[in-house]
Design a protein around this ligand. Structure first.
Ligand code: PGA
Length: 241
């Protein structure tokens, strides 16, 4: 059975006080959602403990925005699986287009992070997606195929989420057409070769497009940036129809 996973990525937003305020409003709005729908938030590292102290983890889980492959060591600015497990972190976002772009993250590093997450009992959310130039040159499928083949090598598809996030749709307000997003998600499912893998769409997901996106056959969840910072918007997304 495929899992439904609605995830929010807070990026470099929200301190501990903001997190407490958010949860106070958000938790009552998701209280009727059944456990078959997994709601996940990736707060900044500094707010993870505020988060874990304020939730009961019924169907709201914590993701980290990164994970290293070593348990400890001289890796300034990195975070180890051991540090995350202590705070009940269950998912780890890897391969997001922002670290790919700003910090030149390679498919090889992304692969090591994804394997590290799995070895430590976390579920990696591996992001893939093409830039506008690549899409305009007709290279979208080729780029995604490379990212999937290299980024997921040696991973266990039964404990894996792939998020299709076209870079041109992230933070721009331009959503990928639901039918086109579905086509790419199906391509990813075929490349992975595991029918039950959870595939998310990400890129300007909002309360007014969530119902259409979630009605698509090959989209099992979403990864939400901007709209996850507002408790009412994110609750509407989590309560999609
Ligand atoms: P957005 O971000 O929803 O603000 O477009 C999505 C993401 O970066 O995961």
């Amino acid at each position: 059975m495929r899992k439904t996973v609605i995830a929010g990525n807070w990026k470099m937003h929200m301190n501990c006080a903001d997190t407490e305020k958010f949860l106070l409003k958000f938790l009552p709005l998701i209280k009727d959602i059944g456990i078959e729908r997994n709601i996940v938030i990736a707060p900044p590292f500094t707010a993870i403990s505020t988060f874990s102290a304020n939730t009961n983890f019924k169907n709201l889980n914590i993701a980290s925005q990164n994970i290293h492959w070593e348990e400890s060591g001289a890796f300034t600015a990195e975070i180890s699986p051991r540090m995350l497990i202590e705070h009940q972190v269950k998912y780890a976002i890897v391969g997001h287009s922002e670290p790919r772009k700003y910090f030149s993250e390679s498919d090889e590093q992304i692969n090591k992070r994804a394997i590290s997450a799995q070895l430590n009992g976390l579920t990696p959310i591996v992001c893939v997606g093409e830039s506008l130039e690549q899409r305009e040159r007709g290279e979208a499928e080729r780029v995604i195929t490379r990212q999937v083949e290299q980024g997921l090598e040696g991973t266990n598809p039964a404990n894996l989420i792939v998020a299709y996030e076209p870079i041109w749709a992230i933070g721009t307000g331009k959503t990928c057409e639901a039918v086109e997003a579905n086509k790419i998600c199906k391509l990813i499912r075929n490349l992975v070769g595991y029918e039950d893998i959870t595939i998310q769409y990400g890129g300007s997901v909002k309360p007014d497009n969530i119902d259409e996106i979630m009605s698509m056959d090959d989209i099992d969840g979403v990864l939400v940036g901007g709209a996850s910072l507002d408790p009412v918007s994110f609750a509407r997304i989590a309560n999609y129809r």
